[in-house]
Unconditional design. Structure first.
Lengths: 514, 122
Protein backbone atom coordinates (compact mmCIF):
# COMPACT_ATOMS: atom_id res chain seq x y z
CA UNK A 1 0.00 0.00 0.00
CA UNK A 2 1.39 3.38 -1.01
CA UNK A 3 0.99 6.57 0.96
CA UNK A 4 1.05 10.05 -0.55
CA UNK A 5 1.99 12.75 1.90
CA UNK A 6 1.03 16.20 0.72
CA UNK A 7 2.67 19.47 1.64
CA UNK A 8 0.42 22.39 0.83
CA UNK A 9 2.06 25.37 2.43
CA UNK A 10 5.07 27.54 1.65
CA UNK A 11 8.29 26.04 2.83
CA UNK A 12 12.00 26.48 2.82
CA UNK A 13 14.17 23.77 1.33
CA UNK A 14 15.61 23.16 4.79
CA UNK A 15 12.16 22.46 6.29
CA UNK A 16 11.24 20.22 3.41
CA UNK A 17 14.52 18.37 3.83
CA UNK A 18 13.71 17.73 7.51
CA UNK A 19 10.38 16.19 6.55
CA UNK A 20 12.02 14.18 3.79
CA UNK A 21 14.71 12.83 6.11
CA UNK A 22 12.06 11.67 8.59
CA UNK A 23 10.33 9.80 5.79
CA UNK A 24 13.57 8.24 4.62
CA UNK A 25 14.03 6.87 8.14
CA UNK A 26 10.72 4.97 7.96
CA UNK A 27 10.77 1.22 7.66
CA UNK A 28 7.91 1.56 5.16
CA UNK A 29 9.26 2.39 1.73
CA UNK A 30 6.02 2.85 -0.22
CA UNK A 31 5.51 6.58 0.18
CA UNK A 32 5.79 9.73 -1.88
CA UNK A 33 6.02 13.36 -0.82
CA UNK A 34 3.93 15.60 -3.07
CA UNK A 35 4.82 19.30 -3.06
CA UNK A 36 3.46 22.17 -5.16
CA UNK A 37 6.63 23.61 -6.71
CA UNK A 38 5.55 27.14 -5.84
CA UNK A 39 5.48 26.09 -2.20
CA UNK A 40 9.26 26.30 -2.18
CA UNK A 41 10.36 29.73 -1.03
CA UNK A 42 13.37 29.35 -3.30
CA UNK A 43 11.89 27.59 -6.32
CA UNK A 44 15.22 27.71 -8.11
CA UNK A 45 16.35 24.91 -5.82
CA UNK A 46 13.61 22.79 -7.33
CA UNK A 47 14.17 19.09 -7.57
CA UNK A 48 17.90 19.65 -7.60
CA UNK A 49 17.72 20.23 -3.86
CA UNK A 50 16.85 16.60 -3.33
CA UNK A 51 18.49 14.58 -6.06
CA UNK A 52 18.90 11.61 -3.77
CA UNK A 53 15.25 10.64 -3.54
CA UNK A 54 12.87 10.31 -6.44
CA UNK A 55 9.92 9.89 -4.09
CA UNK A 56 9.58 13.64 -3.79
CA UNK A 57 7.31 14.88 -6.55
CA UNK A 58 6.53 18.42 -7.60
CA UNK A 59 3.19 19.71 -8.78
CA UNK A 60 2.94 22.76 -10.98
CA UNK A 61 0.40 25.39 -9.90
CA UNK A 62 -0.73 28.31 -12.04
CA UNK A 63 -0.48 30.93 -9.31
CA UNK A 64 1.38 31.71 -6.09
CA UNK A 65 0.41 30.19 -2.75
CA UNK A 66 -1.61 32.24 -0.31
CA UNK A 67 -2.94 31.69 3.20
CA UNK A 68 -5.72 29.51 1.83
CA UNK A 69 -4.03 26.22 1.05
CA UNK A 70 -7.16 24.46 -0.17
CA UNK A 71 -6.29 24.87 -3.85
CA UNK A 72 -2.67 23.79 -3.51
CA UNK A 73 -3.58 20.81 -1.33
CA UNK A 74 -6.20 19.81 -3.86
CA UNK A 75 -3.76 20.11 -6.75
CA UNK A 76 -1.31 17.94 -4.86
CA UNK A 77 -4.05 15.46 -3.96
CA UNK A 78 -5.02 15.12 -7.62
CA UNK A 79 -1.41 14.45 -8.52
CA UNK A 80 -0.92 11.94 -5.71
CA UNK A 81 -0.69 8.28 -6.68
CA UNK A 82 -0.97 6.62 -3.26
CA UNK A 83 -3.92 4.62 -2.07
CA UNK A 84 -3.84 6.65 1.13
CA UNK A 85 -3.23 10.38 1.40
CA UNK A 86 -2.19 12.51 4.33
CA UNK A 87 -1.20 16.11 4.92
CA UNK A 88 1.98 17.45 6.43
CA UNK A 89 3.48 20.90 6.74
CA UNK A 90 7.10 21.13 5.70
CA UNK A 91 9.18 20.73 8.82
CA UNK A 92 6.78 18.16 10.27
CA UNK A 93 8.57 14.92 10.98
CA UNK A 94 7.15 11.41 10.98
CA UNK A 95 8.45 9.66 14.07
CA UNK A 96 10.38 6.41 13.57
CA UNK A 97 7.96 3.59 12.84
CA UNK A 98 5.03 6.01 12.70
CA UNK A 99 4.02 5.30 9.15
CA UNK A 100 4.25 1.53 9.61
CA UNK A 101 2.20 1.74 12.80
CA UNK A 102 -0.59 3.57 10.98
CA UNK A 103 -0.51 1.11 8.11
CA UNK A 104 -0.63 -1.87 10.47
CA UNK A 105 -4.15 -0.91 11.43
CA UNK A 106 -5.18 -0.62 7.80
CA UNK A 107 -3.43 -3.71 6.53
CA UNK A 108 -3.24 -5.87 9.63
CA UNK A 109 0.07 -7.15 10.93
CA UNK A 110 2.06 -10.33 10.87
CA UNK A 111 1.62 -11.05 14.58
CA UNK A 112 -1.97 -12.12 14.79
CA UNK A 113 -3.69 -8.78 14.63
CA UNK A 114 -6.55 -8.13 12.25
CA UNK A 115 -6.75 -5.58 9.47
CA UNK A 116 -9.53 -3.11 10.05
CA UNK A 117 -10.04 -2.26 6.37
CA UNK A 118 -10.19 1.41 7.21
CA UNK A 119 -10.98 4.48 5.14
CA UNK A 120 -9.46 6.89 7.64
CA UNK A 121 -6.80 6.29 10.24
CA UNK A 122 -5.28 8.90 12.55
CA UNK A 123 -2.48 8.88 15.06
CA UNK A 124 -1.39 10.86 18.10
CA UNK A 125 0.97 13.78 17.56
CA UNK A 126 3.12 16.40 19.25
CA UNK A 127 4.44 19.88 18.64
CA UNK A 128 6.75 22.33 20.45
CA UNK A 129 5.18 23.35 23.74
CA UNK A 130 5.76 23.52 27.47
CA UNK A 131 5.40 20.28 29.38
CA UNK A 132 2.51 18.24 28.06
CA UNK A 133 0.99 21.22 26.24
CA UNK A 134 2.29 20.02 22.92
CA UNK A 135 1.39 16.37 23.27
CA UNK A 136 -1.91 15.32 21.74
CA UNK A 137 -2.81 11.80 22.79
CA UNK A 138 -6.20 11.17 21.29
CA UNK A 139 -9.23 9.02 21.89
CA UNK A 140 -10.47 6.44 19.43
CA UNK A 141 -13.17 7.53 17.01
CA UNK A 142 -15.55 10.09 18.59
CA UNK A 143 -17.82 11.43 15.83
CA UNK A 144 -19.37 14.15 17.98
CA UNK A 145 -15.99 15.37 19.13
CA UNK A 146 -14.87 15.77 15.52
CA UNK A 147 -17.77 18.10 14.80
CA UNK A 148 -16.70 20.11 17.86
CA UNK A 149 -12.95 20.10 17.46
CA UNK A 150 -10.42 19.08 14.76
CA UNK A 151 -8.99 16.40 17.02
CA UNK A 152 -7.96 13.91 14.35
CA UNK A 153 -5.20 16.35 13.33
CA UNK A 154 -2.07 14.68 11.96
CA UNK A 155 -1.12 12.10 10.94
CA UNK A 156 -4.49 11.46 9.33
CA UNK A 157 -4.45 9.08 6.38
CA UNK A 158 -7.53 8.94 4.19
CA UNK A 159 -8.19 6.36 1.50
CA UNK A 160 -7.65 8.29 -1.73
CA UNK A 161 -10.79 6.95 -3.34
CA UNK A 162 -12.92 8.13 -0.39
CA UNK A 163 -11.23 11.54 -0.36
CA UNK A 164 -12.10 11.81 -4.04
CA UNK A 165 -15.74 10.89 -3.39
CA UNK A 166 -15.85 13.45 -0.57
CA UNK A 167 -14.76 16.15 -3.01
CA UNK A 168 -11.14 16.53 -1.93
CA UNK A 169 -9.73 19.68 -0.40
CA UNK A 170 -11.63 22.91 -0.91
CA UNK A 171 -10.54 26.51 -0.95
CA UNK A 172 -12.25 28.82 1.52
CA UNK A 173 -11.17 27.09 4.73
CA UNK A 174 -7.73 28.53 5.52
CA UNK A 175 -6.37 26.88 8.64
CA UNK A 176 -9.14 24.25 8.67
CA UNK A 177 -8.57 22.52 5.31
CA UNK A 178 -7.87 19.15 6.91
CA UNK A 179 -10.81 19.41 9.31
CA UNK A 180 -13.17 20.25 6.48
CA UNK A 181 -12.07 17.14 4.57
CA UNK A 182 -12.22 14.91 7.66
CA UNK A 183 -15.80 16.04 8.32
CA UNK A 184 -16.86 15.21 4.76
CA UNK A 185 -15.01 11.90 4.67
CA UNK A 186 -16.56 10.75 7.96
CA UNK A 187 -20.01 11.43 6.54
CA UNK A 188 -19.27 8.76 3.93
CA UNK A 189 -17.71 6.08 6.07
CA UNK A 190 -17.58 4.77 9.60
CA UNK A 191 -14.48 2.66 8.91
CA UNK A 192 -12.29 4.90 11.02
CA UNK A 193 -9.41 3.89 13.23
CA UNK A 194 -6.93 5.39 15.64
CA UNK A 195 -3.38 4.31 16.31
CA UNK A 196 -2.42 5.41 19.81
CA UNK A 197 1.12 6.27 18.78
CA UNK A 198 2.76 9.68 18.50
CA UNK A 199 3.54 9.37 14.82
CA UNK A 200 4.11 13.03 13.94
CA UNK A 201 6.09 15.88 15.44
CA UNK A 202 4.76 19.07 13.96
CA UNK A 203 7.17 21.91 13.39
CA UNK A 204 4.66 24.30 14.94
CA UNK A 205 1.45 24.08 16.94
CA UNK A 206 -1.81 23.98 14.95
CA UNK A 207 -3.17 27.37 13.98
CA UNK A 208 -5.67 28.97 16.33
CA UNK A 209 -5.85 32.43 14.86
CA UNK A 210 -9.11 34.18 14.01
CA UNK A 211 -8.94 33.11 10.37
CA UNK A 212 -8.55 29.43 11.27
CA UNK A 213 -11.32 29.68 13.89
CA UNK A 214 -13.71 31.23 11.36
CA UNK A 215 -12.79 28.51 8.86
CA UNK A 216 -13.58 25.84 11.44
CA UNK A 217 -17.01 27.36 12.04
CA UNK A 218 -17.68 27.31 8.29
CA UNK A 219 -16.54 23.69 8.03
CA UNK A 220 -18.96 22.59 10.77
CA UNK A 221 -21.73 24.72 9.28
CA UNK A 222 -21.06 22.81 6.07
CA UNK A 223 -21.79 19.57 7.87
CA UNK A 224 -25.12 20.98 9.07
CA UNK A 225 -26.01 22.19 5.58
CA UNK A 226 -25.18 18.82 4.02
CA UNK A 227 -27.36 17.02 6.57
CA UNK A 228 -30.50 18.77 5.30
CA UNK A 229 -31.49 19.52 8.88
CA UNK A 230 -31.68 22.89 10.60
CA UNK A 231 -28.93 24.07 12.88
CA UNK A 232 -26.05 26.44 13.33
CA UNK A 233 -22.43 26.41 14.44
CA UNK A 234 -21.39 28.55 17.37
CA UNK A 235 -17.88 29.29 18.54
CA UNK A 236 -17.13 27.55 21.84
CA UNK A 237 -15.05 28.95 24.66
CA UNK A 238 -11.94 27.11 23.57
CA UNK A 239 -9.76 27.99 20.57
CA UNK A 240 -10.93 26.08 17.48
CA UNK A 241 -13.84 24.60 19.49
CA UNK A 242 -17.34 24.68 17.98
CA UNK A 243 -20.78 23.96 19.36
CA UNK A 244 -23.12 22.48 16.77
CA UNK A 245 -26.75 23.33 17.58
CA UNK A 246 -29.46 21.25 15.93
CA UNK A 247 -32.76 23.10 15.90
CA UNK A 248 -36.40 22.23 15.22
CA UNK A 249 -39.47 24.39 14.80
CA UNK A 250 -41.38 22.61 17.53
CA UNK A 251 -39.09 21.90 20.52
CA UNK A 252 -39.87 18.51 22.06
CA UNK A 253 -41.47 18.15 25.48
CA UNK A 254 -38.91 17.04 28.05
CA UNK A 255 -40.14 15.06 31.03
CA UNK A 256 -37.81 15.80 33.90
CA UNK A 257 -37.92 12.69 36.08
CA UNK A 258 -36.65 13.40 39.60
CA UNK A 259 -36.60 10.53 42.07
CA UNK A 260 -36.63 12.10 45.52
CA UNK A 261 -37.13 11.21 49.16
CA UNK A 262 -37.22 14.88 50.17
CA UNK A 263 -33.63 14.84 51.36
CA UNK A 264 -31.97 17.85 52.98
CA UNK A 265 -28.36 18.89 53.53
CA UNK A 266 -26.12 21.88 54.04
CA UNK A 267 -25.02 23.65 50.86
CA UNK A 268 -22.38 26.36 50.95
CA UNK A 269 -22.99 27.05 54.61
CA UNK A 270 -26.76 27.18 54.23
CA UNK A 271 -28.13 24.49 56.59
CA UNK A 272 -30.97 22.08 55.96
CA UNK A 273 -31.56 22.88 52.29
CA UNK A 274 -34.42 20.92 50.72
CA UNK A 275 -32.52 19.56 47.74
CA UNK A 276 -35.44 18.96 45.40
CA UNK A 277 -36.68 22.50 45.95
CA UNK A 278 -33.31 23.88 44.91
CA UNK A 279 -33.24 21.64 41.82
CA UNK A 280 -36.76 22.61 40.75
CA UNK A 281 -36.17 26.29 41.46
CA UNK A 282 -33.16 26.22 39.11
CA UNK A 283 -35.42 24.64 36.47
CA UNK A 284 -37.95 27.41 36.92
CA UNK A 285 -35.63 30.36 37.33
CA UNK A 286 -32.37 29.47 35.64
CA UNK A 287 -33.26 27.39 32.61
CA UNK A 288 -33.89 28.91 29.20
CA UNK A 289 -35.57 25.80 27.73
CA UNK A 290 -39.25 26.05 28.50
CA UNK A 291 -40.92 22.90 27.14
CA UNK A 292 -40.61 20.63 30.14
CA UNK A 293 -42.81 18.91 32.69
CA UNK A 294 -41.70 17.74 36.10
CA UNK A 295 -42.24 14.19 37.31
CA UNK A 296 -41.44 13.72 40.97
CA UNK A 297 -40.98 10.08 41.85
CA UNK A 298 -41.44 8.80 45.41
CA UNK A 299 -41.46 10.99 48.50
CA UNK A 300 -44.37 13.14 49.61
CA UNK A 301 -46.72 14.63 46.98
CA UNK A 302 -45.68 18.00 45.51
CA UNK A 303 -48.25 19.96 47.51
CA UNK A 304 -46.52 18.77 50.68
CA UNK A 305 -42.95 18.73 49.36
CA UNK A 306 -42.65 22.01 47.45
CA UNK A 307 -45.90 23.93 48.11
CA UNK A 308 -44.40 27.35 47.46
CA UNK A 309 -43.31 26.34 43.93
CA UNK A 310 -46.70 24.98 42.87
CA UNK A 311 -48.09 28.29 41.55
CA UNK A 312 -45.11 28.64 39.24
CA UNK A 313 -45.24 24.98 38.20
CA UNK A 314 -48.97 24.94 37.46
CA UNK A 315 -49.97 21.77 35.63
CA UNK A 316 -46.38 20.98 34.67
CA UNK A 317 -45.80 18.83 37.74
CA UNK A 318 -46.82 15.19 38.19
CA UNK A 319 -46.18 12.75 40.98
CA UNK A 320 -45.42 9.04 40.81
CA UNK A 321 -45.61 7.44 44.27
CA UNK A 322 -43.41 4.42 44.87
CA UNK A 323 -44.03 1.48 47.17
CA UNK A 324 -41.67 -1.20 48.39
CA UNK A 325 -37.96 -1.16 49.18
CA UNK A 326 -35.74 1.50 47.55
CA UNK A 327 -34.71 0.63 44.01
CA UNK A 328 -33.44 3.56 41.97
CA UNK A 329 -34.08 1.73 38.71
CA UNK A 330 -37.70 1.05 39.62
CA UNK A 331 -38.15 4.72 40.53
CA UNK A 332 -36.75 5.86 37.20
CA UNK A 333 -38.88 3.34 35.29
CA UNK A 334 -42.01 4.41 37.14
CA UNK A 335 -41.21 8.06 36.42
CA UNK A 336 -40.89 7.19 32.75
CA UNK A 337 -44.27 5.50 32.85
CA UNK A 338 -46.15 8.62 33.88
CA UNK A 339 -44.10 10.91 31.61
CA UNK A 340 -45.61 12.45 28.49
CA UNK A 341 -42.47 13.88 26.90
CA UNK A 342 -40.67 12.72 23.78
CA UNK A 343 -37.49 13.09 25.78
CA UNK A 344 -36.82 11.89 29.32
CA UNK A 345 -34.40 13.80 31.49
CA UNK A 346 -33.34 11.74 34.47
CA UNK A 347 -32.27 14.27 37.06
CA UNK A 348 -31.08 13.75 40.61
CA UNK A 349 -32.75 15.92 43.21
CA UNK A 350 -29.31 17.06 44.41
CA UNK A 351 -28.50 19.00 41.24
CA UNK A 352 -28.72 22.71 40.43
CA UNK A 353 -28.34 24.40 37.05
CA UNK A 354 -25.34 26.68 36.51
CA UNK A 355 -25.45 27.38 32.76
CA UNK A 356 -28.92 28.73 31.82
CA UNK A 357 -28.82 27.08 28.38
CA UNK A 358 -27.95 23.66 29.84
CA UNK A 359 -31.20 21.94 28.90
CA UNK A 360 -31.39 23.72 25.56
CA UNK A 361 -27.95 22.35 24.82
CA UNK A 362 -28.75 18.80 25.88
CA UNK A 363 -31.96 18.78 23.83
CA UNK A 364 -30.08 20.13 20.81
CA UNK A 365 -27.56 17.29 21.00
CA UNK A 366 -30.38 14.76 21.51
CA UNK A 367 -32.06 16.00 18.32
CA UNK A 368 -29.32 14.19 16.40
CA UNK A 369 -30.96 10.86 15.53
CA UNK A 370 -27.61 9.12 15.97
CA UNK A 371 -27.59 10.08 19.67
CA UNK A 372 -29.30 7.91 22.26
CA UNK A 373 -28.21 9.48 25.52
CA UNK A 374 -26.85 12.89 26.48
CA UNK A 375 -24.99 13.72 29.67
CA UNK A 376 -23.92 16.98 31.25
CA UNK A 377 -20.89 18.46 32.97
CA UNK A 378 -21.50 18.18 36.69
CA UNK A 379 -19.55 20.11 39.28
CA UNK A 380 -18.93 19.39 42.92
CA UNK A 381 -19.94 22.06 45.39
CA UNK A 382 -16.27 23.13 45.59
CA UNK A 383 -16.19 23.84 41.87
CA UNK A 384 -14.17 20.83 40.74
CA UNK A 385 -15.35 18.38 38.11
CA UNK A 386 -17.59 15.56 39.28
CA UNK A 387 -18.60 14.25 35.88
CA UNK A 388 -17.95 14.84 32.20
CA UNK A 389 -18.40 11.22 31.19
CA UNK A 390 -17.73 7.69 32.33
CA UNK A 391 -14.79 5.65 31.07
CA UNK A 392 -13.32 2.29 32.03
CA UNK A 393 -9.99 1.90 33.77
CA UNK A 394 -7.41 -0.81 33.12
CA UNK A 395 -9.48 -3.23 35.19
CA UNK A 396 -12.59 -2.26 33.19
CA UNK A 397 -14.21 -0.64 36.22
CA UNK A 398 -16.26 2.47 35.46
CA UNK A 399 -14.68 5.72 36.62
CA UNK A 400 -15.44 9.39 36.06
CA UNK A 401 -13.21 10.90 33.37
CA UNK A 402 -11.33 13.97 34.62
CA UNK A 403 -13.00 13.57 38.04
CA UNK A 404 -12.00 16.15 40.67
CA UNK A 405 -10.05 18.20 38.14
CA UNK A 406 -10.32 21.98 38.12
CA UNK A 407 -13.10 23.67 36.21
CA UNK A 408 -11.44 24.73 32.98
CA UNK A 409 -11.79 23.89 29.30
CA UNK A 410 -9.52 20.85 29.64
CA UNK A 411 -7.03 19.65 27.06
CA UNK A 412 -8.36 20.36 23.58
CA UNK A 413 -11.76 21.30 24.98
CA UNK A 414 -12.29 17.92 26.63
CA UNK A 415 -14.33 19.39 29.51
CA UNK A 416 -16.54 21.79 27.60
CA UNK A 417 -17.17 20.37 24.14
CA UNK A 418 -19.37 17.48 23.00
CA UNK A 419 -17.57 14.17 23.45
CA UNK A 420 -18.77 10.63 22.93
CA UNK A 421 -18.39 8.41 25.99
CA UNK A 422 -19.27 4.80 26.71
CA UNK A 423 -21.59 6.03 29.45
CA UNK A 424 -22.78 9.08 31.34
CA UNK A 425 -24.12 9.37 34.84
CA UNK A 426 -27.82 8.94 35.50
CA UNK A 427 -27.69 12.00 37.73
CA UNK A 428 -28.43 14.03 34.61
CA UNK A 429 -29.21 11.95 31.54
CA UNK A 430 -31.41 12.89 28.60
CA UNK A 431 -32.71 10.12 26.36
CA UNK A 432 -35.54 9.62 23.89
CA UNK A 433 -38.54 8.05 25.63
CA UNK A 434 -39.00 5.61 22.75
CA UNK A 435 -35.43 4.34 23.09
CA UNK A 436 -35.83 4.07 26.84
CA UNK A 437 -38.72 1.69 26.30
CA UNK A 438 -37.00 -0.18 23.48
CA UNK A 439 -33.96 -1.14 25.56
CA UNK A 440 -35.96 -1.88 28.69
CA UNK A 441 -35.29 1.20 30.81
CA UNK A 442 -33.11 0.89 33.89
CA UNK A 443 -32.35 -2.69 34.93
CA UNK A 444 -34.02 -3.45 38.26
CA UNK A 445 -31.31 -6.01 39.03
CA UNK A 446 -29.13 -2.98 39.73
CA UNK A 447 -31.05 -1.11 42.43
CA UNK A 448 -28.23 1.24 43.49
CA UNK A 449 -25.11 1.47 41.32
CA UNK A 450 -24.19 0.98 37.67
CA UNK A 451 -27.82 1.05 36.45
CA UNK A 452 -26.92 4.16 34.44
CA UNK A 453 -23.79 2.45 33.05
CA UNK A 454 -25.88 -0.57 32.06
CA UNK A 455 -28.47 1.70 30.43
CA UNK A 456 -25.87 3.60 28.40
CA UNK A 457 -24.21 0.38 27.28
CA UNK A 458 -27.60 -0.87 26.10
CA UNK A 459 -28.03 2.40 24.22
CA UNK A 460 -24.62 1.93 22.61
CA UNK A 461 -25.47 -1.67 21.76
CA UNK A 462 -28.59 -0.42 20.00
CA UNK A 463 -26.35 1.58 17.67
CA UNK A 464 -26.77 5.01 19.27
CA UNK A 465 -24.11 7.34 20.56
CA UNK A 466 -23.76 8.43 24.17
CA UNK A 467 -22.55 12.01 24.30
CA UNK A 468 -21.64 14.44 27.03
CA UNK A 469 -22.55 18.03 26.24
CA UNK A 470 -19.82 19.74 28.23
CA UNK A 471 -21.47 23.11 27.83
CA UNK A 472 -24.47 21.96 29.91
CA UNK A 473 -23.20 22.62 33.41
CA UNK A 474 -24.88 21.88 36.73
CA UNK A 475 -23.86 21.46 40.33
CA UNK A 476 -24.20 17.94 41.67
CA UNK A 477 -24.21 17.76 45.45
CA UNK A 478 -23.38 14.12 44.96
CA UNK A 479 -24.55 11.25 47.14
CA UNK A 480 -26.27 13.53 49.60
CA UNK A 481 -28.69 10.82 50.53
CA UNK A 482 -26.76 7.57 50.42
CA UNK A 483 -23.25 6.19 50.53
CA UNK A 484 -20.86 5.45 47.68
CA UNK A 485 -20.19 1.78 48.33
CA UNK A 486 -20.50 -0.60 45.42
CA UNK A 487 -21.28 -4.26 45.92
CA UNK A 488 -19.28 -7.15 44.41
CA UNK A 489 -22.39 -8.41 42.60
CA UNK A 490 -22.67 -5.08 40.79
CA UNK A 491 -19.21 -5.61 39.29
CA UNK A 492 -20.14 -9.21 38.53
CA UNK A 493 -23.17 -7.94 36.63
CA UNK A 494 -20.97 -5.71 34.46
CA UNK A 495 -18.54 -8.56 33.84
CA UNK A 496 -21.38 -10.92 32.97
CA UNK A 497 -23.15 -8.67 30.51
CA UNK A 498 -20.64 -6.11 29.30
CA UNK A 499 -17.30 -7.89 29.27
CA UNK A 500 -16.55 -7.10 25.65
CA UNK A 501 -18.32 -3.81 24.99
CA UNK A 502 -16.42 -2.11 27.78
CA UNK A 503 -13.29 -2.86 25.79
CA UNK A 504 -14.68 -0.66 23.03
CA UNK A 505 -14.33 2.36 25.34
CA UNK A 506 -12.93 4.94 22.96
CA UNK A 507 -10.88 6.74 25.59
CA UNK A 508 -7.75 4.66 25.15
CA UNK A 509 -5.54 7.59 26.08
CA UNK A 510 -6.58 7.03 29.71
CA UNK A 511 -5.31 3.48 29.92
CA UNK A 512 -3.11 0.85 28.35
CA UNK A 513 -4.17 -0.22 24.86
CA UNK A 514 -4.66 -3.84 25.84
CA UNK B 1 -43.15 -3.19 21.44
CA UNK B 2 -44.54 -4.49 24.74
CA UNK B 3 -44.02 -1.25 26.64
CA UNK B 4 -45.07 1.17 23.96
CA UNK B 5 -48.40 2.10 25.44
CA UNK B 6 -47.69 4.42 28.35
CA UNK B 7 -51.24 4.38 29.57
CA UNK B 8 -50.69 0.84 30.84
CA UNK B 9 -50.99 -0.09 34.46
CA UNK B 10 -47.83 0.04 36.46
CA UNK B 11 -47.36 -3.72 36.71
CA UNK B 12 -47.81 -4.22 32.98
CA UNK B 13 -45.42 -1.40 32.19
CA UNK B 14 -42.68 -2.69 34.48
CA UNK B 15 -43.11 -6.26 33.26
CA UNK B 16 -42.83 -5.11 29.65
CA UNK B 17 -39.72 -3.08 30.44
CA UNK B 18 -38.24 -6.13 32.10
CA UNK B 19 -38.83 -8.19 28.97
CA UNK B 20 -37.14 -5.56 26.82
CA UNK B 21 -34.26 -5.34 29.27
CA UNK B 22 -33.74 -9.09 29.15
CA UNK B 23 -33.93 -9.00 25.36
CA UNK B 24 -31.32 -6.24 25.19
CA UNK B 25 -28.93 -8.22 27.39
CA UNK B 26 -29.57 -11.37 25.36
CA UNK B 27 -28.75 -9.50 22.13
CA UNK B 28 -25.53 -8.32 23.72
CA UNK B 29 -24.61 -11.90 24.65
CA UNK B 30 -25.15 -12.90 21.05
CA UNK B 31 -23.11 -9.98 19.76
CA UNK B 32 -20.33 -10.82 22.19
CA UNK B 33 -20.14 -14.40 20.98
CA UNK B 34 -20.02 -13.28 17.36
CA UNK B 35 -17.61 -10.36 17.71
CA UNK B 36 -15.25 -11.20 20.54
CA UNK B 37 -12.46 -12.52 18.36
CA UNK B 38 -12.62 -9.62 15.89
CA UNK B 39 -12.68 -6.97 18.63
CA UNK B 40 -9.79 -8.49 20.51
CA UNK B 41 -7.77 -8.95 17.31
CA UNK B 42 -8.18 -5.28 16.52
CA UNK B 43 -7.05 -4.36 20.01
CA UNK B 44 -4.06 -6.64 19.42
CA UNK B 45 -3.28 -4.84 16.18
CA UNK B 46 -3.42 -1.49 17.97
CA UNK B 47 -1.09 -2.83 20.64
CA UNK B 48 1.27 -4.25 18.01
CA UNK B 49 1.29 -0.91 16.17
CA UNK B 50 2.12 0.82 19.44
CA UNK B 51 4.93 -1.68 20.07
CA UNK B 52 6.24 -1.35 16.53
CA UNK B 53 6.57 2.42 16.89
CA UNK B 54 8.24 2.06 20.28
CA UNK B 55 10.71 -0.42 18.82
CA UNK B 56 11.45 1.85 15.88
CA UNK B 57 12.03 4.77 18.24
CA UNK B 58 14.30 2.61 20.36
CA UNK B 59 16.16 1.45 17.26
CA UNK B 60 16.77 5.04 16.17
CA UNK B 61 18.02 6.00 19.61
CA UNK B 62 20.29 2.93 19.67
CA UNK B 63 21.68 3.90 16.29
CA UNK B 64 22.34 7.45 17.49
CA UNK B 65 24.01 6.12 20.64
CA UNK B 66 26.17 3.77 18.57
CA UNK B 67 27.20 6.67 16.33
CA UNK B 68 28.11 8.72 19.39
CA UNK B 69 30.07 5.79 20.82
CA UNK B 70 32.07 5.51 17.59
CA UNK B 71 32.64 9.28 17.51
CA UNK B 72 33.88 9.22 21.11
CA UNK B 73 36.22 6.32 20.38
CA UNK B 74 37.66 8.21 17.42
CA UNK B 75 38.14 11.26 19.58
CA UNK B 76 39.84 9.18 22.32
CA UNK B 77 42.19 7.83 19.71
CA UNK B 78 43.07 11.32 18.38
CA UNK B 79 43.70 12.61 21.92
CA UNK B 80 45.93 9.65 22.74
CA UNK B 81 47.86 10.18 19.53
CA UNK B 82 48.40 13.86 20.28
CA UNK B 83 49.38 13.11 23.87
CA UNK B 84 51.96 10.61 22.69
CA UNK B 85 53.30 13.15 20.19
CA UNK B 86 53.60 15.80 22.90
CA UNK B 87 55.34 13.42 25.30
CA UNK B 88 57.73 12.55 22.53
CA UNK B 89 58.45 16.21 21.75
CA UNK B 90 58.56 17.59 25.32
CA UNK B 91 59.97 14.72 27.28
CA UNK B 92 58.41 12.74 30.11
CA UNK B 93 56.06 14.64 32.39
CA UNK B 94 55.27 17.42 29.92
CA UNK B 95 51.51 16.92 30.22
CA UNK B 96 51.59 16.87 34.04
CA UNK B 97 53.60 20.10 34.07
CA UNK B 98 51.27 21.69 31.59
CA UNK B 99 48.25 20.78 33.72
CA UNK B 100 49.81 22.33 36.77
CA UNK B 101 50.55 25.47 34.81
CA UNK B 102 47.04 25.77 33.50
CA UNK B 103 45.49 25.03 36.89
CA UNK B 104 42.49 23.54 35.17
CA UNK B 105 41.59 20.36 33.40
CA UNK B 106 40.00 21.48 30.15
CA UNK B 107 41.71 19.42 27.58
CA UNK B 108 42.14 22.30 25.13
CA UNK B 109 43.87 24.37 27.79
CA UNK B 110 46.12 21.42 28.64
CA UNK B 111 47.27 21.09 25.06
CA UNK B 112 47.80 24.81 24.72
CA UNK B 113 49.80 24.83 27.99
CA UNK B 114 51.76 21.80 26.89
CA UNK B 115 52.48 23.38 23.53
CA UNK B 116 53.71 26.55 25.25
CA UNK B 117 55.88 24.40 27.53
CA UNK B 118 57.35 22.66 24.50
CA UNK B 119 58.06 26.05 22.85
CA UNK B 120 59.73 27.36 26.03
CA UNK B 121 61.98 24.33 26.10
CA UNK B 122 63.06 25.38 22.66
Amino acid sequence: MNVSLIVGWATSAADLRRTLRSLQRQDVKGWELVVPRVALKEPSEGTEAFPEDKRIRYVELPGPLDDDAGASLEAARRAATGTLIGVLAAGDEIEPGGLAAALMLVEGDSEGGAAADLDLVYTDEQWPGQGADGIATKPDWLPHYLQSYPYTGRLCLVRAEVAERAGGFRPGFPGAEEWDLALRVTELTDRIGHVPVVAVSRAAAPRQDDVAIASGLRAVQGRIDRSGRAGYAEQADVPRGVRLWWTVDEPPLVSVVVPTAGGRREIRGEPDVLLVERAVRSLLERTTYQRWELVLVGGPPPQDLIPELLPALGDRVRHAPIDGPFNFSTSVNEGARVSRGELLLLLNDDTEAIEPRWLERMVSVALDPAVGAVGARLMFENGTIQHVGVIFDNGMSPIHALGSEVDDAGRFGSKVLDLDYPAVTGACLLTPASLFREVGGFCVDLPLNFNDIDYCLKVAASGHAVVTAGFATLFHYESSTRGHATEPEEFTFLDRHWGLRRRLDQHVHYRSVL
Amino acid sequence: MPADDRSTESATWHAALRLNDDAAHAREDEWMRAEAVRVLELRLTQANADRHALRAGLHLRNTLLDEQRVALAERDSVISRQARALEAAGGPGILRRARAAAGRTFIGDIYRSAARAVRRQG
